[in-house]
Design a protein around this ligand. Structure first.
Ligand SMILES: Cc1cc2nc3c(=O)[nH]c(=O)nc-3n(C[C@H](O)[C@H](O)[C@H](O)COP(=O)(O)OP(=O)(O)OC[C@H]3O[C@@H](n4cnc5c(N)ncnc54)[C@H](O)[C@@H]3O)c2cc1C
Length: 421
């Protein structure tokens, strides 16, 4: 009989194992795949965006899926604790834009190795290629965990750290939802977040803008009344099927939600190519540029204003003849151009599916979890942590932070729960 069994060797399970074994309790970690932390290794483009150094309030804002739930676990173990955990074990971290923290080595493997070394030091028993098929709770305060080869393990506490259902080739196939359900928990609706967005607009279908990246634009998802539901000011990318890049990934969950609200597949999005300029200032800039080169074609006068392909695209959208010279442009045409630069509106028809998403939205209902311990309110001794919970953040280290923080708290609580019984 183990004191604690942890199902899942991602960041939440590894951190839970590290915390629950700190006092040499017998801990078993079961991982479906060969190799631990597979998703962690590919996060942050293989560099592992291990946490984020922004203040709490900012971190919570960047976790639109129930970020506020994390205030309690943060009071026990927070982003600075994560930084200390790795730096005190020899992995120097560096801060990049938007507070994102990476290992100085730029190697995700260093982060994974540190967790593995800690588990070894704490004598955690790790069994890879061990697929948990079912879990059970008996009246004698014992959990039984059965593998697909029918091997059975028993423990006093159980931690479910099986992740979401995105990128299933990493091992995260959503098994934890099934286990949690068996043990009496409810699962909120699952949906893709941080995922590219699809569009059937002719300019997407004819691949006219494919590969074009727009820097620091304001990308919005529009409500039925044309008001903005959400705007993210970041880079975006046109692809052969729609849009991607940081701004699009962040908007994706709101595309899903607006589709539901508006009860239709096609909804509208908008690009403000100059989010830091007012309409009046942009119009003045454009008029000045046109005036400065009156005999050039409009496109040539506006050269350098924005990426060339987007400029030509919007000139076409404004129905301005390519042979029109700048001093012949009408006020109406200038106004059309300014409107398109500030608010180019286009239709999108959904996102790529959940298995292509970076993160799974929805999960085990937080109403059934004690935020200070991550223990189930339904079964004492059962703990849940990481992406299997109904918590989802933007990319930028927020999901990994949530996984490591909830994992640590779950591990710590499982250890102290164990010693109490
Ligand atoms: C390409 C990519 C890039 C990302 N980049 C970022 C980023 O920059 N910033 C950020 O914050 N987040 C990022 N994420 C998200 C982040 O990696 C996850 O939110 C995080 O890994 C979740 O941790 P977890 O421990 O809860 O689950 P996971 O990392 O999914 O780990 C769950 C583990 O449980 C195991 N498991 C599942 N079922 C069973 C079973 N039945 N038996 C045994 N084991 C099982 C799985 O094999 C897996 O190893 C990225 C995700 C992807 C896919």
């Amino acid at each position: 009989m183990y004191q604690t069994i942890i199902i899942g060797g991602g960041p939440s399970g590894l951190m839970a194992a590290a915390a629950s074994s700190a006092h040499d309790d017998s801990v078993l970690l079961l991982e479906k795949k060969k190799g631990l932390g597979r998703k962690l290794k590919i996060s942050g483009g293989g560099r592992c965006n291990v946490t984020n150094r922004l203040p709490y309030e900012e971190i919570i804002k960047n976790i639109p899926g129930n970020g506020k739930f994390l205030y309690s676990p943060f009071s026990i173990f927070d982003n600075e604790s994560i930084i200390n955990f790795f730096e005190s074990r020899g992995v120097k971290l560096k801060e990049e834009d938007h507070g994102r923290m990476f290992p100085v080595s730029n190697k995700a493997q260093d982060v994974v190795n540190t967790l593995i070394t800690t588990l070894k030091e704490n004598h955690v028993e790790v069994k890879e290629e061990s697929i948990v098929e079912s879990v059970n709770y008996t009246n004698q305060n014992t959990f039984t965990v059965t593998l697909n080869n029918q091997t059975i393990f028993e423990s006093k506490t159980l931690i479910i750290a099986t992740g979401g259902t995105s990128v299933p080739q990493t091992g995260s196939t959503g098994d934890g939802y099934k286990f949690a359900k068996t043990l009496g928990h409810s699962i909120t609706e699952l949906f893709p977040t941080e995922v590219p967005i699809k569009s059937a607009e002719p300019f997407i279908k004819d691949k006219r803008l494919k590969g074009l990246s727009l820097k620091d634009v304001g990308l919005s998802v529009l409500k039925k009344n044309q008001k903005k539901r959400i705007t993210h000011q970041m880079d975006m990318l046109f692809t052969h099927f729609g849009i991607s890049g940081p701004a699009a990934l962040r908007c994706s969950q709101f595309v899903y939600k607006e589709q539901k609200n508006q009860k239709k597949q096609e909804i509208e999005m908008q690009i403000d190519a100059f989010p830091n300029l007012s309409v009046a200032d942009l119009e003045k800039t454009i008029r000045d540029m046109l005036k400065a080169a009156p005999d050039k074609y409009v496109k040539n006068s506006l050269h350098g204003l924005i990426e060339e392909r987007y400029l030509q695209f919007l000139i076409d959208q404004a129905e301005i003849d390519e042979n029109l010279t700048s001093h012949h442009i009408s006020n109406a045409q200038i106004n059309r151009l300014v409107t398109l630069f500030k608010a180019f509106t286009f239709k999108v028809n959904g996102t790529l599916p959940i298995d292509k998403a970076f993160v799974t939205g929805g999960g085990v209902s937080l109403k059934e979890i004690h935020p200070k311990s991550m223990m189930s309110k339904i079964i004492p001794g059962l703990f849940l942590c990481g992406e299997v919970l109904d918590i989802h953040g933007y990319t930028g280290g927020y999901n990994i932070t949530s996984a490591l923080v909830t994992g640590h708290v779950a591990g710590l609580s499982a250890q102290s729960f164990t010693s109490e019984i």
